[in-house]
Design a protein around this ligand. Structure first.
Ligand SMILES: [Zn+2]
Ligand SMILES: [Zn+2]
Length: 134
């Protein structure tokens, strides 16, 4: 009868491509993960937490240059990080992309915060108070 999956594109080319890509990513990940785990001690590179087979899935492989296609066999682009540190590392990287990541920029941004205007407003309303320099 009328198939309930009509229009869902089950088994469509796009679906297959997506599936193949997913499998490719999973396989690639399993590949470099295994290599990295063979190469390095099972210790988080940030917090030095140690791992055993029991909790090994919480130890992840981080790509130092954030390029998951860059997998040199000598492991130079891999770093073993626990889930938390890995997360941290990526949010740091996201901030770096978004804000330029230097402390200089952060300081600059801080001087542009509302407090500057607030201080001026206070000064103004005090009609030239003499001693806010202390
Ligand atoms: Zn860690
Ligand atoms: Zn990573």
């Amino acid at each position: 009868m009328a198939g309930s999956d009509k229009g869902l594109g089950k088994g469509s080319a796009a679906d297959k491509a997506l599936d193949a890509q997913r499998r490719y990513i999973a396989e690639r990940e399993r590949g470099y993960r295994e290599q990295a785990l063979k190469l390095y001690p099972w210790i988080c590179g940030r917090c030095a937490r140690e791992f055993t087979r029991a909790n090994l899935r919480e130890l992840t492989v981080h790509h130092v240059n954030h390029d998951h296609d860059c997998n040199p066999v000598d492991g130079s682009n891999w770093e073993l990080l626990c889930l938390y540190c890995h997360d941290e590392e990526h949010s740091k990287f996201a901030n770096f992309i978004r804000y330029g990541g230097t402390t200089e920029n952060k300081k600059q941004a801080a001087t542009h915060n509302p407090f500057a205007g607030l201080r001026d407003a206070l000064k103004g309303s005090q009609g030239g108070g003499s001693n806010d320099q202390a």
